[in-house]
Design a protein. Sequence first.
Length: 327
Amino acid sequence: MAFKNSLLAVRRFAAGIDLAQREVRLAVLSRRLCEGSPVRVECLAAAPLFPGAMAGAEIVNRSAVGAALRDVFAQLPGDCSAHVLRCAMAMPASATLATSVPLSRFASSGHVARESATGSHTLTALEPAVMAEAERAAGIERHALAVDWFIDESPHRAGCVTIAATARAHLEARVECAAAAGITLTAVDGEPHAALRAMRHTASLELEAHESYAAIWIGDDGVHGWRIVDESIASEMRYPAPEHADLVDALRELGEGGVSCAIVGGQTGLLDDVGFSAADIGDALGCTVLPFECALLDSGASALPVALLREPSLAVAFGLALRGLME
């Protein structure tokens, strides 16, 4: 026990839980508590989900989801415990509204962001206007919404407020299912954002610094893509979408300006259903394709499942765990 406590004192552990339509996926990562230390994979696991337990973003059978969560956490190695892990779960993109609103719009409505003595925006001054915007965009009354937001300082969205909102019922259902399995969630994140975080980490290991690339994630509700230039998001796409005739058109528009590589994660097998492949993604973008996989990282376990180490669908779980290490 003293050894375990000593280990936990020098490493931070975090878990990411991806609640998909057919299975629950788990990734546990760790990193030493010193700046710049590498991320290590401690556990990768998956457990089948009872058919019909999920209907899109809705949890239909909470007991089945709770049982699958217990099954997947039972695969943790002996020196990991669900009670000491920072655990995050994903929310499907179809259940999440994400929007960016110029700060000037709030200023014109009378909610002007004031500057504090430290130069940061006074977020409380903006909160009523942000909640009103989330309510308007989602078409759901604010008491039934769970909202997260921040003032975006990224180059292509500077001066904007980024808002993410979902129905509170979806959030509460996930928290309750986790609690029934003895798991405490510390964060809930959107699937695309978690997957992007994972693929950007892969890029930091595999690509040259400041090399432009595309990150492509395939989920149950479609394909999401981002073009990364100088470590910032230069453009993004989603398919299906009214502005794109087909997936090739969406990818070609995303790749305008050029990319040297595409990192592809998610449920790549779904591409087969529409007669598409990872190679077709590379052809549309005019670049090579690199699959997301956890095999690129050091392992803290003696024998991680080889199939899961190379499984691109673990991008969401990995990105969620990575968030826990960064916070």
